[in-house]
Design a binder for this molecule. Structure first.
Ligand code: AHR
Length: 510
């Protein structure tokens, strides 16, 4: 019996853990690629995300490259930003792209109606965004205005940015200083059209989508449907039914899911700093819930698109807390603690494990807004705990998913329980990378793993800090960062991992 079990394990070439917390890593079943775009970001004309966060203009005394902050450019390159969504968000469905091209002094100013009512001078437009993507080596993902735009306007934008043909739009682009088109593959057709993007019902939107999609053309273009808010499967179902499985109309369906500690959009959402274990637990509970939501939408998608041609794109996710005291209304400024590192690690593990159907995800937002990897204040810049998770996890980008089967003890608080550990694994260039989170703030968790062969740990890292409320602040030494993780050992083909309380770890083996 024992022999045949060992034989079975050898055949499957699995790594098995025999403890309360066990992880079976199936090395024979790799094949699904973890699209690098799962590690994507989102930038919106909101608060200080674009202006101050990314773009300060050439004349600024903040060191810059053609107006883009030098410190931020370097940080993004180091973190690796595979795809960047722009210009919104709710802003996108108020945005008329022709306002943001040509000489800056001729560009009209508009009011940013959704975000603080501030004046938008359009000095950061199509050229500034797409040139920025080239500078940091990222794929652009443009969000097209459906709520207050026209099909003609959308069609012309696509032509302006992607076409080599001779046409009024390509001539205009050349006149504005860009000879060749940029490489733009991803186009979102509308944003939250069930809400800020025009308050539409799903049948109306789906028919509009069909209309827009017919005129947005190009060989490599991927068109993304505005999908549901959170668990609204009725939106997903009605849209897919109305699209009637028409081939090539859409390659992606977006979904937005934010983690609010209290779960309330109307009252307090919870604070980003100075919180207790009740809010810590609730935040992680509400994060893990995204897995259920994804499974529900995938079940609907399987019904209408059994071949899986349309992928799920989680193009807005992350924590959403009350704005920091003293900050401007509508700017969505918050801090970022070890709790956010766990939120990022958990979400990314979940997305990795759905790599067969999730092709992209974009954390909201890349600088100074909601769960940002980077915060800026004047000349200063801070790398948040979320930054370090993205940096540590970038080994999974375009690696092959290694399916894992995890058995974990619970982390319980006040009569409620969530899984204490989440995990995902991938393989690239014969290196196995495993990322694990331990949500329990009061307990280190040990996982013992019997390996089928002689792996050696090549790299092990951890993101944590003394308290789960710790964060990195301006003008102070960093408290939360990546350090070497020494609590993992392989001995006699056995891997033993002791994952410290409230931490996220990476273990790489060869
Ligand atoms: O990310 C902030 C806002 O959240 C976006 O503009 C909108 O799409 C969502 O409601």
């Amino acid at each position: 019996m024992k022999k045949s079990l060992l034989l079975l394990l050898a055949i499957l070439n699995v790594i098995t853990l025999f403890s309360q917390n066990s992880l079976v890593v199936n090395l024979d079943s790799t094949g699904t690629k973890i699209n690098k775009e799962i590690y994507g970001h989102f930038s919106e004309h909101l608060g200080t995300c674009i202006y101050e966060g990314i773009y300060v203009g050439k004349d600024s005394d903040i060191p810059n490259i053609n107006g883009y902050r030098k410190d931020v450019v370097e940080a993004f390159k180091e973190m690796k930003v595979p795809v960047l969504r722009w210009p919104g968000g709710c802003f996108a469905d108020t945005y008329h792209w022709k306002d943001g091209i040509g000489p800056k002094e001729d560009r009209p100013s508009i009011v940013n109606v959704f975000w603080g009512g501030v004046t938008e001078d359009n000095s950061f437009g199509t050229h500034e965004f797409l040139d920025f993507c080239e500078l940091i080596g990222t794929e652009p993902y443009l969000s097209i205005n459906v709520g207050s735009g026209t099909v003609q306007e959308a069609m012309e934008w696509v032509e302006y940015v992607t076409s080599y043909s001779q046409s009024p739009m390509t001539e205009l682009r050349k006149k504005n200083g860009r000879e060749d088109p940029w490489d733009v593959k991803f186009f979102g057709i509308g944003n939250e059209n069930w809400g800020c993007g025009g308050d539409m019902d799903p049948v109306y939107y789906a028919n509009l989508f069909r209309n827009y999609s017919s005129y947005i053309r190009g060989n490599d273009i991927q068109k993304v449907i505005c999908g549901p808010s959170g668990g609204d499967t009725n939106w997903t179902e009605t849209i897919l039914k109305t699209l009637n499985n028409k081939k090539n109309l859409a390659q992606g369906l977006s979904m937005h899911y934010y983690t609010l500690p209290t779960g309330s959009w109307t009252g307090s959402k919870g604070t980003s700093i100075d919180f207790g274990e009740d809010m810590y637990f609730a935040t992680l509970r509400n994060t893990i819930y995204v897995d259920d939501i994804i499974n529900k939408h995938l079940a609907v998608m399987d019904k209408y698109d059994p071949e899986g041609n349309i992928k799920l794109i989680v193009d807005e996710w992350g924590t959403w807390y009350d704005q920091l005291p003293g900050t401007k209304d509508g700017f969505l400024q918050q801090q970022n603690t070890v709790r956010d590192a766990l939120v990022a690690g958990i979400n990314l593990n979940i997305f990795n494990n759905h790599a067969d159907r999730i092709s992209m995800a974009n954390v909201a937002q890349i600088v100074n807004v909601l769960q940002s990897p980077i915060l800026t204040r004047g000349k200063e810049m801070v790398k948040t705990p979320t930054y370090y998770i993205f940096k540590m996890y970038n080994v999974h980008q375009d690696a092959n998913l290694v399916p894992v089967k995890l058995t974990t003890e619970d982390y319980s608080y006040n009569g409620e329980s969530i899984p204490a550990v989440t995990a995902s694994a991938s393989e690239k260039d014969e290196i196995i990378s495993m990322t694990l989170t331990n949500a329990n703030p009061g307990k280190d968790i040990t996982i013992d793993c019997s390996l089928g062969k002689d792996f050696k740990i090549t790299n092990a890292q951890i993101v944590t800090s003394k308290n789960y409320t710790d964060y990195n602040d301006f003008g102070q030494d960093e408290k939360v960062f990546i350090s070497d993780f020494k609590a993992g050992k392989i001995k006699n083909k056995k891997l033993s991992l002791k994952i410290p309380a409230h931490s996220v770890v990476l273990v790489q083996m060869k």
